[in-house]
Design a protein around this ligand. Structure first.
Ligand code: NAD
Length: 516
């Protein structure tokens, strides 16, 4: 009898093992556990990790609180030194961690490496910040008085992250929270525990070097809790988690936000987006084409800032859209570890079903779909590669108003600038946005109070690919949180207003008299 050879030889598991070994992670940390990890590249199982029990999670919070009480007394620039060492470990292991991101999430190699670069960047930023945490001195109305503000850390910072930026989002939160004097507990996505385990191992190396240099790190300063949403819920509910930063879908945010509000915890919510671009009559169409292609197809449409809606002025529609459709048809899809690939797989079958559902709904609403079929299913029967879809829509309706986490770009024609800004803002989400124009009036109007209602608004740049120097986050159903640069650090601290009387009188504010 004839034997049929398997179409693909499982190879990712072996490489995953080699990478984890190179980072010094004991094999029993990623084998023999209850939670299976799959690579979206082949669909094969690459590890079995152990999950935290509710008891372990609660203990981690208690330990994190004790760690905070000690860490807050360490001077901020010294806390920055630990983050500087983390940055050094990330630099030294960028290739291995970046590759692991590609394996676990399916990102192309330059994006896996780019994610680690972003971690390095935020470490640099946080080291500088550790000498720049300051409040104001404010004029007081009373003689011989001084009024000022002091910033203090808050306590345990819970960090719940999504699959699509499995490690960068942790670092945006952790690097800043640590220099601010907080302890951290990380609940990564259940789809990406390996990169979290690897990152935690690098953090522990930084801790070892910090302590070898004569410094002390309290036990429990940074804990990793692998598990599903039930573990996340413990962080959400625990009274000693002072700040909770949660990144993920709007559905997750809707479950988490009321619970945090009920116990008056600080919430940093980074939820779904439905990001748009407007292409004006004067737009540089070559630049626009490249910007749209990257923002809409890159990361297989699995960025919170991916471009999902494109409004093209009627006068340039027939010049731009056929070129876009051509680009969609010719882009390289396949194994993200292979040089030249631009679009890797969707994270899983569930994501593929979501894409199919959205395309069917778009067709039912009168849309014309270009692309969108499954790709490479012969080579990778257990993985979900897709041709990116460009859908010409008669109007903004149905699936266009929702975030589908897949490479679908809805393209619509517009005539009038004010109308298109209203349509742009006419969805529940408010993360990122962009306008393509050479007209200063249009560009400024888009950035003005009457323009984009998003947390990020760009000119002649797509909505994705933010730098860490700016504050990152969005409005409305995107949750309102801000992370990374600018003054986002204030979300991890509490402000105390201090008034000091250095005179011998006690003048009361507002001229109040109270003589006893
Ligand atoms: P998801 O909502 O399924 O899961 C995100 C995380 O939340 C996971 O760790 C999950 O275990 C946890 N979680 C889910 N429900 C919870 C609950 N009730 N209590 C506590 N924890 C809970 O999201 P995903 O599929 O991993 O990621 C994709 C989504 O994330 C997209 O909507 C995307 O736009 C969004 N996202 C947003 C940003 C941003 O900065 N705004 C960044 C990345 C991803």
């Amino acid at each position: 009898t004839q034997m049929t050879a398997p179409k693909i030889v499982p190879m990712i598991q072996g490489e995953t093992d080699t990478l984890l070994q190179s980072l010094g992670i004991p094999r029993d940390h990623y084998t023999g556990g209850a939670m299976a990890v799959h690579s979206p590249i082949t669909g094969e199982e690459i590890a079995k990790v152990h999950t935290a029990t509710p008891m372990e999670a609660k203990k981690a919070v208690e330990a994190g609180h004790q760690a905070f009480l000690a860490w807050r007394e360490v001077p901020a620039p010294k806390r920055g030194e630990l983050v500087r060492l983390l940055g050094e470990e990330l630099r030294a292991h960028k290739a291995a961690l970046g590759r692991l991101v590609s394996i676990e999430v399916g990102k192309i190699e330059s994006e896996g490496l780019g994610e680690v670069q972003e971690m390095i960047d935020i470490c640099d930023y946080a080291v500088g910040l550790s000498r720049q945490i300051f409040g104001l001195t404010i004029a007081t109305e009373r003689p011989n008085h001084r009024m000022m503000e002091t910033w203090h850390p808050l306590g345990v910072t819970g960090i719940i992250t999504a699959f699509n930026f499995p490690v960068a989002v942790w670092s945006w939160n952790a690097a800043v929270a640590l220099v601010c004097g907080n302890s951290c507990i990380w609940k990564p996505s259940e789809k990406t525990p390996l990169t979290a385990i690897a990152t935690t191992a690098l953090f522990e190396r930084a801790v070892a070097r910090f302590t070898e240099a004569g410094n002390t790190v309290p036990d429990g300063l940074m804990a990793l809790l692998v598990g599903d949403r039930a573990v996340g819920e413990i962080l959400v509910d625990h009274p000693k988690v002072a700040v909770l930063s949660a990144t993920g879908s709007t559905a997750m945010g809707k479950a988490v936000a009321p619970k945090l509000a009920a116990r008056f915890a600080r919430a940093i919510l980074e939820l779904g987006g439905n990001n748009a671009g407007i292409v004006c009559p004067s737009a540089d169409l070559d630049l626009t084409l490249r910007a749209v292609a990257f923002a809409a197809m890159g990361t297989a449409g699995q960025r919170c800032t991916s471009l999902r809606r494109l409004f093209v002025h009627a006068s340039v529609y027939d010049k731009l859209v056929p070129r876009l459709i051509k680009a969609y048809g010719s882009v390289n899809i396949g194994n993200p570890l292979q040089a030249g690939t631009l679009i890797g797989p969707l994270i899983d079958h569930h994501a593929y079903q979501g894409m199919e559902r959205a395309l069917n709904a778009a067709k039912a609403a009168g849309g014309t779909v270009h692309g969108g079929a499954r790709a490479d299913s012969d080579t990778f029967p257990n993985a979900y590669y897709v041709h990116p879809a460009l859908v010409e829509m008669p109007k903004q309706t149905g699936p266009v108003e929702q975030e589908t986490f897949a490479p679908i770009l809805y393209v619509m024609k517009y005539e009038n600038f004010d109308d298109v800004v209203a349509l742009h803002n006419g969805v529940p989400q408010g993360l990122s946005s962009s306008i393509f124009t050479r007209d200063l009036g249009e560009a400024e109007r888009f950035l003005s109070v009457a323009g984009s209602d998003c947390g990020i608004a760009n000119v002649n740049i797509g909505p994705s690919g933010a730098e860490i120097g700016g504050a990152f986050g969005g409005e409305k159903e995107t949750g309102g949180g801000r992370e990374a640069g600018s003054d986002s650090w204030k979300a991890y601290m509490r402000r105390a207003t201090n008034t000091i009387n250095y005179g011998k009188q006690l003048p009361l504010a507002q001229g109040v008299k109270f003589d006893v």
